[in-house]
Structures are given as C-alpha cells and as structure tokens.
Design a protein around this ligand. Structure first.
Ligand code: NAP
Length: 254
C-alpha cells in the first residue's frame, strides 16, 4: 500500500464540520493524517465525525468555539491526549456578523470580527507552538481571503481582518522558522459554501460574480483543501510566510 503524503502526521482543523474546513479535514485525512475536527455545535461535530469515520478516515472530533479560551485549550489538550502530538494546525474559523458601511459598525462588531478572525488564530498558534517546538517542527496554515488583498464592498471590516492575516503569516513565519515551523496562508476566492451563499444562490448574482472570475465559475471547497494539503506536505518544505490565492484567476493582486 502506498503511504499518503501526510502519513504519520496529526492535524487540528478548526471550523471543520462544514464548507472549506470540512473539505480540508477530509483531504488531510485522505492524505494519511490523523485529524481532529471541531466546531461550535456538538451536533455538527457528531454528524461530521460519523460521516468521516464511515469513509474509513482516521479522525476524532470535539466542540471548539475558537473565541473561547477554554475550548481552545481543550482542543489542543484533547488532541495531544488522543493522538500524542500536533504536527499541523489549520486555522479556518471566521465570522462576518456585520454587512454595511464600515463606519456604521459598532465597537462590539469590530471586537467580534477581530476576536474570531485574528486573535483566535494567534492564540491557537501560541498554544500549539510549544508542542511543535518540542517535537522538532510543524506546519500552520491560516485561512484568509481574497478580500484581504482587495477589500470587498460592504464587508470592509471582514476584509481588513483578513488583510491582518497576511501580516500575521509573515511575522509568525519569520519568528518560527528557527523552530522548523512553517506558517502559510491560503486566500480563497468565492467558494461554494453556506458562508458565501448570498453571492451564488440566485442565478443573477452568481452570473454577475462569475463574470469577474477568469475561470468563470465559483470554486469548490475541495479546491482549497488540496492547496492546504500541499502546504502541509514535504513538497512545501521550503515555503513559509506565503499566501496562496485559490480564486480561479480573480484579479486581486499582481
Ligand atoms: P461555512 O461553510 O459557513 O462553514 C462554517 C464552519 O465553521 C462550520 O463548520 C461552523 O460550524 C464553523 N464555525 C463557525 N463559527 C465558528 C467558531 N467561532 N468557532 C469554531 N467553528 C466555527 O464557511 P466557509 O465558507 O467554509 O469558510 C471557512 C473559511 O474560509 C473562513 O475563514 C472564511 O472567511 C474563508 N473564506 C470563505 C470564502 C467563501 O467564499 N466561502 C471565501 C474566502 C474565504 P458550527 O456552526 O458548528 O460552529
């Protein structure tokens, strides 16, 4: 039997019971990793776990709201207890509670977006790094967005939170390189999930957005998952501090 490229690795993926996170968890597991899935709701964790176990994948699951300190600690500690180590962290959770003119967003709205989209990835990284250092290395992938390069109308704050991840990736990559920990980011374009449903669920709006994409179609979560697996693999051994855009040619940077 041929071993997968992530065989022997243990991965933690946040917000992995639906959408892009689920596709990432499934792909990492298919590529040989043992994967800890997680999200806020026990029902979602149970259903997704049952589904992935039925596919013969090596997964376990736990509730983790990434904005809650205790949940983050339980996620890391339970992964270590059940799987013995952590080689890969994929920080995928994000929120966008506010749509509209940025100056109309409340302080609470600002805090929520930055707490979930920026602070939680940072704090989770802080939690896993000592374990990765002890075992001689690891890889971290943050899930950003093309909106981080090109702020989208009416989701200005969300966009800025994703721009911050570009910087966070660079700083963490530089600080953690001596410990053999690589830190990268993916910036998905419009991907067919619940999160972006308002952009593609009616034909008119979908066609309008597809016109802005070179490949003239919305992306699939699996198309993000392959990139994450690559970044976690030995094939990406000399890649750190980078953000890979997965957007079908959507024009967001040179
Ligand atoms: P999605 O399909 O709506 O999935 C959301 C997942 O996140 C669910 O499993 C949900 O489960 C979990 N979740 C939500 N809030 C959470 C929290 N605070 N803590 C832990 N888990 C949480 O979303 P998606 O489109 O896959 O988005 C995933 C990532 O891709 C996000 O970072 C998003 O910004 C980014 N992204 C998406 C697109 C796109 O077009 N879809 C484009 C660019 C970037 P529970 O309800 O059980 O918590």
């Amino acid at each position: 039997m041929q071993l997968g490229v992530l065989s022997g690795k243990v991965a933690v993926v946040t917000a992995s019971t639906k959408g892009i996170g689920l596709a990432i968890a499934r792909r990492l597991a298919r590529d040989g990793a043992q994967v800890m899935i997680s999200s806020r709701k026990q029902d979602n964790v149970d259903q997704t776990l049952a589904q992935l176990l039925a596919e013969g994948l090596s997964v376990s699951g736990i509730v983790c709201h990434v904005g809650k300190k205790e949940d983050r600690e339980v996620l890391v500690n339970e992964t270590l207890r059940r799987h013995g180590k952590i080689d890969i962290l994929v920080s995928n959770a994000a929120t966008n509670p506010f749509v509209g003119r940025m100056l109309d967003c409340s302080e609470e709205g600002w805090d929520k977006i930055f707490e979930i989209n920026v602070k939680a990835p940072f704090l989770l990284t802080k939690l896993v790094v000592p374990h990765m250092e002890r075992q001689g290395g690891g890889t971290i992938v943050l899930v950003g967005s093309i909106a981080g390069y090109r702020p989208a109308p009416f989701i200005g704050l969300y966009s800025i939170s994703k721009t911050t991840l570009l910087g966070l990736t660079k700083v963490l990559a530089d600080e953690l390189a001596p410990a053999n920990i690589r830190v990268n980011c993916i910036a998905p374009g419009i991907i067919k999930t619940q999160f972006s449903a308002s952009l593609w669920s009616d034909d008119n709006s979908r066609q309008r957005f597809e016109e802005t994409i070179s490949m003239r179609r919305i992306g699939e979560p699996e198309e993000c998952a392959g990139t994450v697996s690559f970044l976690c693999s030995q094939d990406a051994a000399y890649i750190t501090g980078e953000t890979i855009v997965v957007a079908g040619g959507f024009d967001c940077r040179l």
